[in-house]
Design a protein around this ligand. Structure first.
Ligand code: RFL
Ligand code: PHB
Length: 401
């Protein structure tokens, strides 16, 4: 294994943000190196997002990384909302001028991008943990990392922190360089993967006084299901039988359904958080994806925001190297933050509309139902949800970019 000592762009983290950025830079002729602290199997198997917006699919196609997505991705033209014993479908194409979303798991996006990068470049080092970033305010920042037990140094023109919420790059910036805006929620999600056919052909978002539930899928044979649980819940408190019983009560009861049960192959509890770090650039250090912002998963936005950040950033870095023009790079943070705050608001609103907070009053529940009722009755309210969910409301022209 050779260890590059210099590069133009050092990318920290090989999640969707880092891998897609590297792919886009490589195609634009900009040199980069990706450093990832975990091993390949871990990165490829981490269960997370499942929904891709049209613009994310468009970017993956333009990056030459969508061959399998185009074969195996499942296009969806709507979602179902369940509340108060009712079912209401939100139809995306008719409300958004033809937009849809794709069910294609983050694990698969990551596998596709890793395979392409290992075959075609640029360098991608697993088991390479970044320990420090120095010289953010100089022209030649330095990344210190440990690879296979040995300390290494990489110097570069720019460092991009694609290292997620717990990453080191953001924390390497001087105190006062950035400001963090944050909100936590008094509940979490228990997520499972099960070898069982999806309960319904589209995703179901269910409001119930027992708590929120979401029925998603990975394939015609594999379901991805979520239950609202108390924050910090131990997954061991949820044996498989209890999970299925609770899913039946929250998702199926009103329709007289029962879910088809099957072996549960993964189970974990996920905290819910909203967070934005501003600005997303300081000196020669830039942040992208979860390293800069977190949304609660109810709006299915996190992976899509990561993809849109790096699309903006790759274009800006390409202009910087091809023409020496830094205008797009200088605008990077503002350009991204307009979309980020729109998505933050949508994710917060979906979360608040659908979850039952501990000790929630009957008044609060009636307000949630009034909001859901409005989505069901008003084409404007339904279009607002559909435009945000599919990403139409997040396009640069829609958010004033
Ligand atoms: P990631 O995926 O966290 O990747 C960061 C990478 O950085 C590495 N790293 C380091 N590497 C080197 N040195 C260090 N010191 C490092 N520190 C960290 C980590 O090992 C990791 O590989 O961030 P990225 O790339 O910004 O991608 C963001 C997405 O993963 C995230 O936003 C989504 O998964 C959010 N999300 C969803 N987004 C959607 O768009 N649609 C969805 O349907 C959706 N569903 C979800 C979700 C997130 C969930 N969880 C687990 C919070 C469902 C769930 C349950
Ligand atoms: C998923 O399939 O994992 C998924 C789908 C929609 C969400 C969150 C997660 O809002």
């Amino acid at each position: 294994m050779t260890h590059p000592r210099h590069t133009q762009v050092a990318v920290v983290g090989a999640g969707p943000a880092g891998l897609l950025l590297a792919r886009l830079l490589h195609r634009a002729g900009v040199d980069c190196v990706v450093l990832e602290s975990r091993d390949r199997a871990y990165v490829e198997q981490r269960q997370r997002a499942g929904i891709l917006e049209q613009s994310t699919v468009d970017t993956l196609r333009a990056a030459g990384a969508a061959a399998r997505l185009d074969r195996e991705g499942i296009p969806h033209d709507g979602i179902e909302l369940r509340f108060d014993g009712r079912r209401h479908r939100v139809d995306f194409p008719s409300l958004t001028g033809g937009r849809r979303v794709w069910v294609y798991a983050q694990t698969e996006v990551v596998k596709d991008l890793v395979a392409l990068q290992l075959a075609e470049g640029p360098p991608l080092l697993f088991d390479a943990r970044v320990d420090a970033v120095e010289g953010a305010d100089t022209d030649r920042p330095v990344v210190r990392y440990t690879h296979e037990g040995r300390e290494r140094v990489l110097d570069c023109d720019y460092v991009v922190g694609c290292d997620g919420y717990h990453g080191v790059v953001r924390r390497a910036l001087p105190a006062g360089a950035t400001r963090v805006h944050e909100r936590t929620y008094p509940y979490a999600w228990l997520g499972i993967l099960a070898d069982a056919p999806p309960v319904y052909e589209e995703l179901i978002y269910a409001h119930s006084e027992r708590g929120f539930a979401l029925a998603s899928m990975r394939s015609p044979q594999v379901s991805r299901l979520y239950l609202q649980v108390p924050g910090g819940e131990d997954p061991a408190a949820w044996p498989d039988g209890r999970i299925w019983d609770e899913l039946d009560l929250r998702l199926g009861a009103d329709a007289g359904w029962r879910l088809t049960r099957g072996p549960v192959t993964a189970k974990s509890v996920l905290p819910m958080r909203s967070s934005v770090t501003e600005p997303m650039r300081w000196g020669r250090v830039l942040l992208a994806g979860d390293a800069a912002h977190i949304v609660p998963p109810t709006g299915a936005k996190g992976l899509n925001l990561a993809a849109s950040d790096v699309t903006v950033l790759a274009e800006a870095l390409a202009a910087r190297y091809a023409e020496g023009d830094t205008a797009l790079l200088d605008a990077y943070s503002d350009t991204c933050l307009r979309r980020v705050w729109r998505a933050e608001h949508f994710s917060y609103a979906m979360t608040s509309m659908l979850h039952t907070a501990p000790g929630q009053s009957s008044f609060d529940t009636r307000l949630q139902l009034a909001q859901l009722e409005r989505v069901a009755r008003s084409p404007h309210a339904a279009a607002d949800l559909a435009e945000n969910y599919t990403g139409a409301a997040l396009r640069p022209d829609a958010v004033g970019g």
